[in-house]
Design a binder for this molecule. Sequence first.
Ligand code: HEC
Length: 167
Amino acid sequence: MSRADSRRPDFTIILPCIAAMVAAAILIAAKSLCAAQPELPARELRAPAPVHEILQRACYDCHSDQTRWPWYSYLPPISFWVRGEVAAGRRRLNFSAWQDYATDPGTEDRKLENIARLLKSGAMPPWYYIATHPAASMNDADRAMLSDWIADRRKSLAAGADRPGRQ
Ligand code: HEC
């Protein structure tokens, strides 16, 4: 190898280095963009924000993995009852496992139908929950918002026009 050769930049090294730096910069930029939006857990229900807000306020304590445990849920014997209610609630309906319903033919539609039925009858949220969590009580606008969402969602499921689990 002559002296001139050894001074010439070695592009077989420099080019991949530049490419790696560009790729890293893109990755960092993409990551910070993603971080700006709160990430939902993978199996969580995807619903429009106002719908999600109502469900979180009125249902999530018993029907998700995001239960906000009150202080008395640590206090026997009340704790046995509270934890039993939450376990029973999650077993029947868990918004944190919604993608499992969405990928199981017919299940999401059945869950939506049950929600609509219990909302209409006023059985959910249970009276004792509203008594201790006044913010969970729902007005007519909240109920209308949920029933519109359920109707839309069931319609697109029936039409099969929808990818599973998307809004
Ligand atoms: C304090 C806890 C609690 C809250 C809050 C609550 N639920 Fe429930 N829910 C339960 C329990 C417990 C069951 C199971 C009852 C049973 O097994 O008989 C249940 C059952 C259900 C079911 C029946 C599921 C099925 O497939 O059979 C639906 C639908 C439901 N709840 C909807 C709701 C909705 C919608 C909200 C909010 C508006 C809500 N629940 C709020 C405790 C709760």
